[in-house]
Write a protein that binds this ligand. Sequence first.
Ligand SMILES: *[C@@H]1O[C@H](CO)[C@@H](O)[C@H](O)[C@H]1NC(C)=O
Ligand SMILES: *[C@@H]1O[C@H](CO)[C@@H](O)[C@H](O)[C@H]1NC(C)=O
Ligand SMILES: *[C@@H]1O[C@H](CO)[C@@H](O)[C@H](O)[C@H]1NC(C)=O
Ligand SMILES: *[C@@H]1O[C@H](CO)[C@@H](O)[C@H](O)[C@H]1NC(C)=O
Ligand SMILES: *[C@@H]1O[C@H](CO)[C@@H](O)[C@H](O)[C@H]1NC(C)=O
Ligand SMILES: CC(=O)N[C@H]1CO[C@H](CO)[C@@H](O)[C@@H]1O
Length: 344
Amino acid sequence: MADDFCDFTKDTFILKQPKKSPLLLRMVVLLFAMICGIYTCSIFLKQIGSRSSGLLATVHVVERPCETTNVDPLEKPYMHFPKPKTFSRAECACNPVRFFAIFSIQRSGSGWFETLLNSHMNISSNGEIFSVKVRKSNASTILETLDKLYDLDFLTSASKNECTTAVGLKWMLNQGLLQHHEEIVEYFKRRGVSAIFLFRRNLLRRMVSILANSYDQNAKLLNGTHKSHVHSPKEAEILASYKPRINTTTLIANLKQIQGMTANALEYFKSTRHMILFYEDIIKNQTMLNDVQDFLRVPRMDLHSRQVKIHKAPLSLQVENWSDVEKALKGTPYESFLHADYKI
Ligand SMILES: *[C@@H]1O[C@H](CO)[C@@H](O)[C@H](O)[C@H]1NC(C)=O
Ligand SMILES: *[C@@H]1O[C@H](CO)[C@@H](O)[C@H](O)[C@H]1NC(C)=O
Ligand SMILES: *[C@@H]1O[C@H](CO)[C@@H](O)[C@H](O)[C@H]1NC(C)=O
Ligand SMILES: *[C@@H]1O[C@H](CO)[C@@H](O)[C@H](O)[C@H]1NC(C)=O
Ligand SMILES: *[C@@H]1O[C@H](CO)[C@@H](O)[C@H](O)[C@H]1NC(C)=O
Ligand SMILES: CC(=O)N[C@H]1CO[C@H](CO)[C@@H](O)[C@@H]1O
């Protein structure tokens, strides 16, 4: 259009030339030429402008909320598209991320369970981040730490890459979790965090593990180093050779206390999205790990851990004063712990 207009004025100019134009006419023509030039220029600049705003438009496409129109509405609260400050999610920016927390108590197999999860390329479980005192000092430090974790800005050795699609932590009930349960439940609902409860069915077995582990903290049976988890059958055998003596005076109160803690946790968090697992069930049937992967909405993979189970023998052979323990539990609600054992 601009070119046509200019050609037209040029033509008029040429047509008029033979008439020996006076100075005024020359000035008018010059002015025309200038206006024409400026007009052409402005059109040119406008085109450049629209091209660069085209570039801006593509940047906007990336920052637009990711597509969730075909998603089950029930799923939406649990799908997140974090924008970490510390790195770019790049090509996976629109892969939804799930937030989770593994709730457990010490010596319940959660260390093993977490290594299994972390063997999945899309899962990042960041360990017991609330074992650090300052992070669990009050509800606000807890929620701040969770924000950082779920924004993918909490960097640990378990942090993965831009294609991590399930991010979480391992959280012991006594690490501020029960104490600040109201704020944490509210947070889980607000931010769409799912809980995975992992407990042991046989709390007597757990007690053996607790006592043996705390004994080893001083005894350091493995060539002078204390290990809570081992990677070879030989190391497992050495650690299992210690048979703890169970204090039968405090035994019942102890079991009751642990049961109370787990029951409270289940009650407090029952309104959040959650699943309940028992260590013994996974040991016996590892296809249950598929249920966990489905729960986290990650593609199913074979999960593996290098950890080797320490106490494999029947319970009666792993307790120094077994006959006392039998006597103490007979006729109590905990009697089943004596018998409901498993073989590896
Ligand atoms: C899982 O991770 C792989 C490798 O990083 C990636 O190609 C894939 O898209 C991720 N899967 C999901 C569901 O995001
Ligand atoms: C929470 O704890 C942190 C760190 O110990 C402290 O700085 C902060 O003042 C505490 N906040 C509240 C509300 O108590
Ligand atoms: C202890 O150390 C010795 C000598 O270095 C080594 O042969 C042995 O395998 C170690 N045992 C364990 C359980 O690590
Ligand atoms: C069992 O624990 C109680 C309370 O802590 C303690 O008084 C008692 O001495 C313990 N008994 C044994 C045999 O260690
Ligand atoms: C093992 O677990 C899977 C998944 O939870 C379940 O479908 C299956 O019935 C279980 N098998 C046995 C033998 O319990
Ligand atoms: C308190 C205590 O140690 N009681 C018994 C534990 O079990 C051994 C062997 O079964 C007994 O010798 C102890 O007296």
